[in-house]
Write a protein that binds this ligand. Structure first.
Ligand code: TRP
Length: 334
C-alpha cells in the first residue's frame, strides 16, 4: 500500500521497436489503472544491456519508450513513469537479491535458456541474473500487483520466492506481489507465423506491425498476413491466421469477437484484411500524433523525467534503507 491505494508495477525493456502486440496486449490496458492503484511504469534500461547496445540508438529508444508511455495515455502526473537506471536502488537491491537467489533456480528460467541460445556469443552473468534485477524492480516499490504476460510469469514466481526467502530472515521487508489479471490484454501473434507471439525481436519485419508504421505499411503487412485457403472468417483454433486478425480487429475496435465476425459476414479475405488494417490505422493514428508532439517537446519531457525520477527514488530508497538496516549494514552518515 502507498497511501490508501495498492501498488501496481510494470515496465518494458528499452530494446527494439514496440509492436502492436505490446500496445494492445499491455500498454493500452495500463491506462486508467491509476484510478484504482498507485502505478509505477519503468523504462527498463538496465535490463537492456544484457544484450550489447549501440549507445546513440539505446539513448533514443529509451526516450522513445518513455514518450510512448505518455502518448498511449499514461498520465505522468498520476502515474510514476521513470527510467530504471536513474534510480540507483535498482542496481543495489539487484546485487543484494543476487545473494538470495540460487543458481539452480536461475538455471530453470526458460527466458535464460532461450536468450542464451540466441546470443550464444555473449552469455553474460547479467543475462543469468536478470530475474533477480527484475525482482528488485518489483520489490523496491512494495508492489501488490504486476501485470505480466505469460512469458514473464516465471519471473514473477521467482520474485515471490526471493521475497519470501528474504522475509523469512528479515521479517516484513517486502510485500509479496501477485500477478494482475484484471483486464487481460489481447495476445497478438505474428502476421507471418500466427502460432508465434508478435515480437519486437522478430527478424522478419513483416511479422510485426510497429507502432510507428505508416498507414501504407500497415495495409501492406496485413495484406500479406498468413491465413488459410477456406475463405471463411470465423474464430477457430484450426484457423490461427484468421483468428489472430480477428483478435487484432477486436482489440483495436473494442468489439467482441462475435461482433467482429459479424462485421465481415459474407466478405472475402481481401475485404477482411482491409477492414482489419483500417482498424489498426485508426487506433495508431492518435498514438502517433501524440508521440510526435511529445518527443519534440524537450522541456516538457525533461520536467516529467525529473519529477518522476524523484518520486521513484523516494519510494525505492525507503525500501532499501529498511532492508539495509535489518541486514546490519552500517548507517550512511548524513
Ligand atoms: N522482463 C520484462 C520484459 O522483458 C521487463 C521488466 C523488467 C519488468 N522489470 C520488470 C516487467 C518488472 C514487470 C515488472 O517484458
Amino acid at each position: 500500500m502507498l497511501g490508501d491505494k495498492k501498488v501496481l508495477y510494470s515496465g518494458m525493456q528499452a530494446t527494439g521497436n514496440l509492436t502492436l502486440g505490446n500496445y494492445l496486449g499491455a500498454l493500452k490496458n495500463w491506462v486508467n489503472l491509476n484510478e484504482e492503484y498507485e502505478c509505477f511504469f519503468g523504462v527498463m534500461d538496465l535490463h537492456s544491456i544484457t544484450v550489447r547496445q549501440n549507445p546513440a540508438e539505446f539513448r533514443k529508444r529509451a526516450k522513445s519508450l518513455l514518450a510512448l508511455y505518455i502518448a498511449a495515455g499514461l498520465d505522468p502526473e498520476k502515474n510514476c513513469i521513470y527510467y530504471q537506471s536513474h534510480v540507483s536502488a535498482h542496481a543495489e537491491l539487484g546485487w543484494i537479491l543476487d545473494c538470495f537467489t540460487y543458481m539452480g533456480e536461475l538455471n530453470r528460467m526458460t527466458q535464460f535458456k532461450d536468450k542464451s541460445a540466441k546470443h550464444a556469443d555473449n552469455v553474460n552473468a547479467g543475462l543469468f541474473t536478470y530475474p533477480a534485477l527484475m525482482a528488485a524492480d518489483i520489490l523496491l516499490y512494495q508492489a501488490d500487483y504486476v501485470p505480466v504476460g505469460r512469458d514473464q510469469q516465471q519471473h514473477l514466481e521467482i520474485t515471490r520466492d526471493i521475497a519470501e526467502r528474504v522475509n523469512a530472515i528479515y521479517e516484513g521487508v517486502f510485500t509479496i506481489p501477485e500477478g494482475y489479471y484484471g483486464k487481460r490484454g489481447a495476445k497478438i501473434m505474428s502476421l507471418q507465423d500466427p502460432t508465434k507471439k508478435m515480437s519486437k525481436s522478430d527478424e522478419n519485419p513483416n511479422g510485426s506491425i510497429y507502432l510507428m508504421d505508416d498507414p501504407d505499411t500497415i495495409v501492406r503487412k496485413i495484406k500479406r498476413a498468413v491465413t488459410d485457403s477456406d475463405n471463411s472468417i470465423r474464430y477457430s483454433e484450426d484457423k490461427p491466421g484468421v483468428s489472430n486478425l480477428l483478435d487484432i480487429y477486436s482489440a483495436a475496435t473494442g468489439k467482441s469477437i462475435q461482433e467482429s465476425e459479424k462485421d465481415f459476414e459474407g466478405k472475402g479475405y481481401g475485404d477482411f484484411k482491409l477492414g482489419v488494417a483500417e482498424s489498426v490505422v485508426d487506433v495508431l493514428k492518435p498514438l502517433q500524433d501524440n508521440y510526435n508532439r511529445i518527443i519534440n517537446d524537450k522541456a516538457y519531457l525533461e520536467e516529467i523525467i525529473k519529477k518522476n525520477d524523484d518520486k521513484a527514488r523516494y519510494v525505492a530508497n525507503k525500501t532499501l534503507r529498511k532492508l539495509r538496516k535489518k541486514m546490519g549494514f552500517t548507517d550512511i552518515p548524513r
